[in-house]
Design a protein around this ligand. Structure first.
Ligand code: GN1
Ligand code: MG
Length: 365
């Protein structure tokens, strides 16, 4: 069936009855297909929704994934009366998705907004910190047992290292020799990188609802005021550690360079961005965070950079099976960039700790 008619059929299954005007393809994310579908209401006013075709190769448990997303978004929506919130529509039989053979469709409200890929403006960075902190705060009372672990061991750093070591041993693509320096570095910092997971396993850190993809471009901002409105891309919402969300956000937003930069001498943590994000995040989360969680925040940035470096490098060694690549050495370049960032984070660990402590006392803790 033609896409034009398919999107109409899906909309009707989600009980959208307005007059159909057509669709636009939205270029976001590397994984799912996103379309904006446009309608006219009976009173003549326009109304749009987003339809996504979920990539079931990347997300092998789409039912579990939608169950997680639905529970989490409805929990947040319940706390935000009158404010913009994300809402996944249901079919007549209360499903949040439509399965038609090879395709897995879902439909949400459309939020007119602006997003940012890079973080030059500290007010916007602080607002992104507020948005992800608010996400944590809204879900602090959510029963974690209601969530499915859709990608088992997603942030089990020791498991990531096992996969990395297996890739080195097998050397399937014959690339180990080219990556020797990065391999040695990543192996040398293993114990420190695994410290956060170890603390969790020792019962020192609580499990929370984590977003697990806290890039700044997953925050929708109000186009007029730059206030944060909603967090999107909830596909990896799962039980996790608070540091996973904090560290991933810093790893992405506070790097002077992009995630796959070849300018390794310029790669590093921008402490002004670190401070602004931390201020925003802690303004929302300090009231319920444990002392140990606070302690892990600077470390979490290093952990997330190293963990992702092992994932990129393992994928490079395996012959690029997981991440989309734009050039043959893309995963090696990404791994080098994350490793360089991790090194800079080690050098600046004391400064990051000081900033976290300063923010804590600013907020009376
Ligand atoms: C993947 O596809 P994207 O960009 O949303 C990955 C994340 C990594 C990220 C690095 C499910 O996210 O864990 O941090 O790439 N997502 C999954 O760019 O593996
Ligand atoms: Mg994502």
């Amino acid at each position: 069936m033609e896409l034009y008619s398919k999107l109409l059929e899906v909309s009707r299954l989600f009980r959208i009855e307005h007059e159909y005007l057509g669709y636009e393809t939205i270029q976001v994310g590397n994984v799912n297909q996103t379309y904006k579908v446009n309608f006219k209401r009976a009173d003549g006013s326009p109304k749009s929704y987003l339809i996504q075709n979920v990539n079931t190769y990347a997300f092998q448990n789409p039912e579990g994934l939608m169950s997680n997303i639905d529970k989490v978004t409805e929990h947040i929506r319940g706390k935000k009366s009158g404010q913009v919130a994300l809402h996944f529509h249901h079919t007549a039989d209360r499903a949040t998705y439509v399965l038609d053979g090879e395709n897995f469709w879902r439909l949400t409200n459309y939020v007119p907004s602006v997003t940012y890929n890079v973080a030059h403006n500290m007010d916007i960075v602080r607002n992104a910190g507020i948005a992800f902190g608010d996400f944590q705060r809204s879900l602090a009372d959510f029963d974690i047992n209601n969530l499915v672990e859709t990608i088992p061991g997603f942030h089990q750093t020791r498991q990531r290292y096992d996969e990395f070591c297996k890739a080195i041993e097998e050397d399937r693509a014959g690339r180990v020799a080219q990556a020797k320096e990065e391999i040695d570095f990543l192996l040398s910092v293993k114990e420190q990188a695994c410290k956060m997971t170890d603390m969790y396993l020792a019962g020192e850190l609580p499990l929370r609802v984590t977003h697990n993809d806290t890039k700044i471009n997953n925050v929708l901002f109000n186009p007029q005021t730059d206030e944060p409105m909603v967090i999107i891309d909830l596909d990896t919402v799962m039980p996790g550690l608070l540091g996973h969300d904090f560290g991933d956000a810093i790893r992405f937003a506070a790097n002077f360079e992009e995630e796959d930069s070849r300018n390794l001498e310029k790669v590093g943590v921008n402490l002004a961005v670190f401070r602004a994000f931390t201020e925003g995040f802690l303004s929302q989360t300090l009231q319920f965070m444990t002392e140990k969680e606070i302690e892990t925040l600077p470390l979490s940035c290093f952990v997330l950079a190293v963990e992702l470096a092992t994932r990129f490098l393992a994928d490079y060694l395996n012959g690029d099976l997981y991440f989309n690549i734009k050039c043959p050495d893309h995963n090696l370049v990404r791994a080098r960039c994350q490793a360089a960032l991790a090194k800079d984070m080690l050098a600046k660990m004391d400064e990051m700790e000081k900033i976290v402590r300063n923010c804590c006392s600013e907020f009376g803790r």
